[in-house]
Design a protein around this ligand. Structure first.
Ligand SMILES: [Zn+2]
Length: 439
């Protein structure tokens, strides 16, 4: 047996739905897939033939995280517009984006955002942005997986163009990237308030034709609910359901303002809700009814949204907020359990990507997307339960090693494929132009 990689001596948190924890264990990897998850003592044979052996002592080994809603390239606008609610905030954001974004700057911002994600242990991201081909190029540069695809937006937006050109761009994206194992090709209409019913259906039809994913913002604010109700005589989720857009390949970002029946619709259709607690709090959108969604059986994944609405892309902060915010809001300590929260960044995120069979857990046969989290730190000891540690006390800087398909893409906290200093310098040179857009 030839083995490419063995990681041993780690605390394994498998996220396999059976709460498997191995106190001293690891994995063997061959051809980008996990071939063994075992105690360190049982990895001896694999180590004999392994090309690379990584010592995971003092670390938790777990699946790479899935960020189920992001706009990585919006990191260029981090901190530019503050202390406004969504609607006036969006107007300023769109002005800045319109002045700055082109394929080159979108690539630059995507590298910046993807670097932050990958360094913090996110190995797959669902990313909605103009020039999605540039997002793929950035993710591939660093070695991470991305779900993205053609944007639909009824106004000219950043790129200009009409419905025909959006359809062509979406089809071209599937032609270029459909079927790639590092790209989950999708169509991504911005939202029901910016994309009319026919265009939403056109976006969904393209995704359906190619077996791809579909993602949109939904029910982010009370004002959006009122707007859609006024225009179409239905609430946002009823509207999307009426248009037959919802199934297990659809991911709806936010879903902050839902009534009971809308939650039932999400559960019935199998659509994923991407919960973005940081963005929802900072933009004063509200608090999503996540405990009610979990009780109803809705697939709830977790996202950061863009750094323009949350100022960074910290999935560990999102995780801790998902596990704590709803306890406070409902005054119920079991509102979202530790295990439920951890599932949001692993297994349910993988389900949102349509990749439950390949990602989200450390199990034999799955893709070797894995991270090593340093637990020999003052905020990490003593460590009675690695799961509670991951949810309540891990910081993004604790992620020391990241593997995607078995490739060591972050080693000792550094990207292995790209020198990030070049990107940081380039962003610094662009920053005065960005600042000038809202001056
Ligand atoms: Zn968003």
């Amino acid at each position: 047996m030839n083995v490419d990689l063995v990681i041993r001596n780690a605390i394994v948190v498998a996220c396999d739905g059976k709460n498997t924890v191995i106190k001293d264990g690891g994995v063997a990897v061959q051809g980008g897939r996990i071939t063994q998850v075992a105690a360190s003592a049982d990895l001896a044979a694999a180590i004999q033939s392994a090309k690379t052996v990584v010592d995971g002592a003092g670390h938790i080994l777990m699946p790479g995280l899935v960020n189920a809603h992001c706009h990585a390239a919006d990191s260029l606008f981090r901190g530019l517009v503050e202390d406004l609610p969504l609607e006036p905030w969006l107007q300023k954001v769109w002005t800045a984006e319109g002045a700055i974004l082109n394929p080159q700057t979108s690539y630059l911002g995507s590298v910046l955002g993807c670097a932050e994600l990958l360094l913090s242990g996110v190995t797959s991201v669902m990313d909605m942005f103009w020039y999605p081909g540039e997002t793929v190029r950035a993710a591939r540069k660093l070695g991470m997986r991305v779900a993205t695809g053609g944007i639909f937006f009824d106004g000219p937006g950043v790129t200009g163009g009409d419905l025909d050109s959006r359809i062509k761009a979406a089809e071209d994206f599937f032609a270029a990237f459909g079927g790639a194992d590092d790209v989950f090709a999708a169509t991504m209409p911005h939202g029901a308030y910016t994309v009319g019913p026919e265009n939403l259906k056109a976006a969904r039809a393209i995704a359906d034709r190619h077996g791809g994913l579909f993602s949109t913002h939904a029910a982010e604010t009370k004002a959006e609910q009122d707007d859609i109700q006024g225009r179409y005589g239905r609430s946002v989720i009823r509207h999307l359901d009426h248009l037959d857009l919802l199934d297990e390949r659809a991911t709806l970002a936010h879903c902050v303002h839902l009534d009971d029946e809308e939650i039932d619709i999400l559960a019935r259709t199998g659509a994923t809700v991407s919960h973005n607690p940081m963005s929802n709090l900072k933009l004063a959108s509200g608090i999503a009814r996540i405990p009610d969604m979990l009780s109803a059986g809705v697939n709830v994944a977790l996202g950061t949204d863009g750094a323009i609405s949350g100022n960074d892309l910290d999935m560990w902060l999102a995780l801790r907020m998902a596990a704590t915010l709803h306890k406070g809001a409902t005054q119920r300590a079991d509102a979202v359990s530790t295990i439920e929260a951890l599932a949001m960044v692993t297994t349910t995120g993988a389900r949102a990507l349509g990749a439950s069979d390949r990602l989200g857990s450390l199990e034999t046969g799955k893709l070797a997307d894995m991270i090593l989290v340093d637990v020999r730190r003052p905020h990490a000891v003593p460590l009675f339960d690695p799961v509670t540690h991951l949810v309540y006390s891990t910081a993004k800087s604790d992620v020391r090693h990241v593997f995607v398909g078995g490739e060591h893409v972050v080693r000792d906290g550094q990207l292995t494929r790209h020198s990030i200093d070049e990107t940081l310098d380039e962003v610094a040179r662009l920053a005065p132009r960005i600042a000038a857009t809202i001056a």
